[in-house]
Design a protein around this ligand. Structure first.
Ligand code: FDA
Length: 322
């Protein structure tokens, strides 16, 4: 790890690209889900494989003072049956959230809903989930995937938002186009989650240096905090969060006009500290058996995660310590 903790020095960038590349290898994914050694590590980032497991995790987070959004894991789906299956799992999840009196808030990915098959299949599948969510008063966030999906994602959300006004999108600060997208979304009154961006993008469309991504994030976050509709600031970057808190204080922006969002299992210390400081914190809680791609992106984000995994693999290879 570099002294300032950046991911963007050459070896770390190479490691990140390697893991993001591996995240696309379906055969490796099939293998990984069968190897028991990865399970404890996966359990740090994924709340469980089944609905009852995630409900327990959600109750714990609620009792600790957090709000939540649930991601039924899955992406890059290639058959209409799989899309229907994904929509069914969201319906089942939404019904369980309503029944248990838990936060009604879910996040989904368009490639899980058929974007790689056709826009028509995707539109129908997302519409099904949007309607099910509207029926129980749930919020639906459409996650953002790689830059080839940005226009289609924003377009589809604009088309479908009338089905459920409680819905929103995600903007990635790393993309060069995002300043223009944020302006358009502010004008639309859209609910925006701002993140740095988790995909391996070419320099033609994305900033590659950490400083550039962080500067873009800060500027977009300020813009959204000032004029956006209850923006969600999704980051675990403590320094950046510190600067945004100072900005909110200086500008008189009350903590109920925005929320922080963080991933399940990441920077739990910071999540708790923000709550203590009177900030709103929503935890993104993924569950399901299709965890491979999500998990690989989490490994790519922090080289120390990879070292930890390799060390436990080696230890397992040597057998139990005497
Ligand atoms: P950064 O990568 O600079 O990390 C800051 C610090 O956070 C690190 O130094 C480390 O301490 C900690 N950290 C970050 N990631 C970690 C990890 N995996 N394991 C352990 N520690 C870690 N992306 C996207 O492209 N589309 C999307 O829809 C979303 N949605 C989304 C929702 C929510 C709620 C969050 C928090 C994030 C996303 N992301 C996302 C992911 C996002 O783009 C980004 O890849 C990660 O949040 C990591 O970036 P940070 O802002 O945390 O900063």
């Amino acid at each position: 790890m570099s002294p300032n903790g950046t991911l963007h020095d050459a070896p770390e960038r190479a490691l990140r690209s390697l893991f993001l590349g591996l995240s696309q290898r379906r055969s490796l994914g099939r293998l990984a889900v069968r190897v028991p050694i990865t399970r404890p590590m996966v359990g740090r980032f994924v709340a469980g494989e089944t609905l009852p497991e995630v409900l327990v995790a959600l109750e714990r987070l609620r009792d600790a003072g957090f709000t939540t959004t649930v991601d039924v894991l899955g992406e890059s789906v290639s058959s209409a049956e799989a899309c229907a299956g994904a929509a069914g799992r969201y319906e089942e999840t939404l019904a369980a959230l309503a029944e248990r009196g838990l936060q009604r808030n879910v996040s989904l990915k368009l490639t899980q809903m058929g974007l790689d098959i056709s826009e028509e299949v995707c539109r129908e599948t997302v519409a099904r989930v949007m309607r099910a969510a509207a029926a129980v008063g749930a919020f639906v966030r459409i996650d953002m995937e790689d830059h080839t999906t940005t226009d289609r994602t924003l377009g589809l959300w604009r088309e479908l938002r009338s089905l459920n006004p409680e819905s929103g999108v995600v903007i990635q600060a790393a993309l060069r186009r995002s300043a223009a997208d944020v302006e358009a979304l502010i004008a639309d009154g859209a609910r925006v989650r701002l993140c740095k961006g988790a995909y391996n993008e070419p320099a033609s469309v994305a900033f590659r240096e950490r400083e550039e991504v962080d500067a873009a994030y800060e500027s977009l976050a300020r813009r959204l905090m000032r004029d956006g509709a209850y923006p969600a600031l999704a980051t675990h970057d403590g320094r950046l969060i510190g600067r945004l808190l100072r900005f909110a204080e200086d500008d008189g922006i009350a903590p109920d006009r925005y929320e922080f969002q963080m991933l399940f299992g990441v920077r739990r210390d910071l999540q708790a500290e923000l709550l203590r400081r009177g900030q709103r914190v929503r935890v993104y809680v993924p569950y399901g058996t299709e965890w491979y791609q999500y998990f690989m992106r989490r490994l790519a984000e922090k080289p120390a995660n990879v070292t930890f995994l390799l060390r436990s693999l080696l230890k397992e290879g040597r057998g139990p310590a005497a």
